[in-house]
Structures are given as structure tokens and as C-alpha cells.
Unconditional design. Structure first.
Length: 285
């Protein structure tokens, strides 16, 4: 019995940070303040086919250099003005997105204003991964962002939180969840039924004006159940990756590097075309 308890404690100790987004914490060793390829060219000017700059918002325990190393150059190659920021962490620290989410939304607000002033655009499109797909909703709902955002594309966003496949409850009993939350308030705010999520989703998931697009994967091991990522609202579109590409087994972190995801984002942002269909075998041609 003692061995089983020790083994359970060890499993939960490792699993709770992972399921709250720490799965990306090992990889983001790149200098956090280094912009991903293609991003943060402050001389870029939007074009007629791509009239809105794209702002990329990373996830919990990640940073812009790690999270957007594939999507950012693809968007730039397609002709977009691309911008990325770090938020919710110490300057140049490799681990970002851990601080209070409303405070992070304020950082996003200031960054969007900077992008709009630089480009002359009246609105931006936002693409976010995990917390980065959810946190902009706070900006749009409470900080005036709805008037400045045309589309929000959320990649596996933690819109209604995670129960971590039951590990949050077990971790709470063992006193581990509380320690993670102390170190990373944003992690606790993304647990199902947190006060933050009750405020965010109270009165409706969306606000009038912007378009909300969600891409989820049924193999998500961080935001569980994956259906908690979906949004309700007449201006929301929810897509399950495996409904379109059944053989795509990318999970929460891997989807940020998935060519299918990249094509999905390109199609979602395109002013001419739909966000689907995609050639699953050769999504980028």
C-alpha cells in the first residue's frame, strides 16, 4: 500500500505541471526575448490581400520563440505582417505565461495598440495556443479588445479550463495542485470552475463583433476533456482536427508544429477562402 501511495504521489507530481502546460517547459530553452522567424518587423505594412497584422500569443510555460517557430515564418511567407510577444513572466525568462491572466491580458492590450500604431491597421487578427487562445477573450470582453480584433483563432485553447483527466482533484487531495498554483497563478486560473473562468465565461463565451475559431484535437492530454475548448456563440466556429484529418494524432504541444494546423490558420485568416478543406497528406502543398 505504501509503495502504491508513493508511486501515485510521484505520478501526480510529474503530471500536474505537465497537464497544466508544463509539457512545453523543457523545450523553450531558446532566448525568450528572441522573436520567432518572420515576426516583429516593425517596418512591415499590411497589403490589400492581408490587411490585418497577425498577433501570435503563446501558451502557459512557453514563450514566443518556442511556440511559434513553425507558424510565424509560414505566415510571413504568405505575406502577413506578423507580431509575437511574451507575457506573464520575467523578462527574458524562458518560462512565460505563468502570471495572473487578467494582468497578462493587459500586456496583450498594450502590445496590440503598439502593433496598430506601427502598421496603421484598424484591427488585428490574433492566433493563440493553449492559454494564448483563451486569454485574448478576456482582453476582448473586459479591456476593449473587441473593437480591435477581427478574428481570434484559438489552437487547443483552455476556454473552459481543464480537469486534467481527474488529476486536478487527486492532486488537490495530495496537496500538490496548490503548490503549482502558488508558483504559477495562471495554471490555477485554468482549472475548471476557477473564479477566473466563471467571470470570463459568465454571460456568454463570445462578444459581438469578432469571429472566434477554435481548432481542437481529441488527443489533447493537457486541456481535458478536449470539448471544453469549444465555444458557444453564433460568431464561433469549432473544428475537431480528427474530423477533417482522422490520422492526425498530434496532441496539445505537437499541434503547434503541425503542418495541418498551419494550413488551418492560413485558411482561417484568408479574406477570400474558408478555413477548410485541407489536403491532409500535403497540407502545405
Amino acid at each position: 500500500m505504501r509503495f502504491k501511495r508513493l508511486r501515485s504521489w510521484a505520478v501526480i507530481t510529474a503530471a500536474i505541471p505537465a497537464a497544466l502546460g508544463l509539457t512545453g517547459a523543457v523545450a523553450p530553452a531558446a532566448h525568450a526575448e528572441t522573436s520567432p522567424e518572420g515576426a516583429n518587423d516593425w517596418n512591415c505594412r499590411p497589403s490589400f490581400p492581408h490587411p490585418r497584422p497577425v498577433v501570435l500569443v503563446h501558451g502557459t510555460f512557453e514563450n514566443m520563440a518556442f511556440n511559434w517557430q513553425k507558424l510565424s515564418p509560414a505566415l510571413k511567407k504568405a505575406g502577413y505582417c506578423v507580431y509575437a510577444l511574451n507575457y506573464g513572466g520575467p523578462k527574458d525568462g524562458p518560462i512565460q505565461g505563468i502570471n495572473d491572466i487578467p494582468t497578462s491580458a493587459g500586456e496583450l492590450s498594450a502590445f496590440v495598440d503598439k502593433v496598430m500604431a506601427s502598421t496603421g491597421a484598424s484591427k488585428v487578427d490574433i492566433v493563440g495556443h493553449s492559454q494564448g487562445g483563451m486569454m485574448p477573450r478576456y482582453y476582448m470582453k473586459f479591456l476593449g479588445g473587441a473593437a480591435k480584433v477581427n478574428k481570434l483563432v484559438g489552437i487547443v485553447p483552455s476556454n473552459h479550463g481543464t480537469n486534467m483527466s481527474g488529476l486536478v482533484e487527486l492532486g488537490t487531495l495530495l496537496g500538490i495542485t496548490q503548490e503549482v498554483v502558488k508558483a504559477a497563478p495562471a495554471a490555477g486560473q485554468q482549472i475548471v470552475d476557477s473564479d477566473f473562468l466563471k467571470k470570463l465565461n459568465g454571460g456568454g463565451d463570445t462578444v459581438p463583433g469578432p469571429t472566434y475559431i477554435v481548432l481542437s484535437t481529441k488527443y489533447d492530454e493537457v486541456v481535458t476533456p478536449y470539448t471544453s475548448e469549444f465555444l458557444n456563440g453564433s460568431n464561433a466556429q469549432n473544428v475537431l482536427l480528427q474530423d477533417k484529418c482522422p490520422n492526425d494524432t498530434n496532441a496539445h504541444v505537437g499541434i503547434a508544429f503541425d503542418p495541418v494546423m498551419i494550413k488551418f490558420v492560413l485558411n482561417s485568416l484568408d479574406i477570400w477562402g474558408p478555413y477548410w478543406p485541407i489536403d491532409c497528406a500535403k497540407p502545405l502543398g
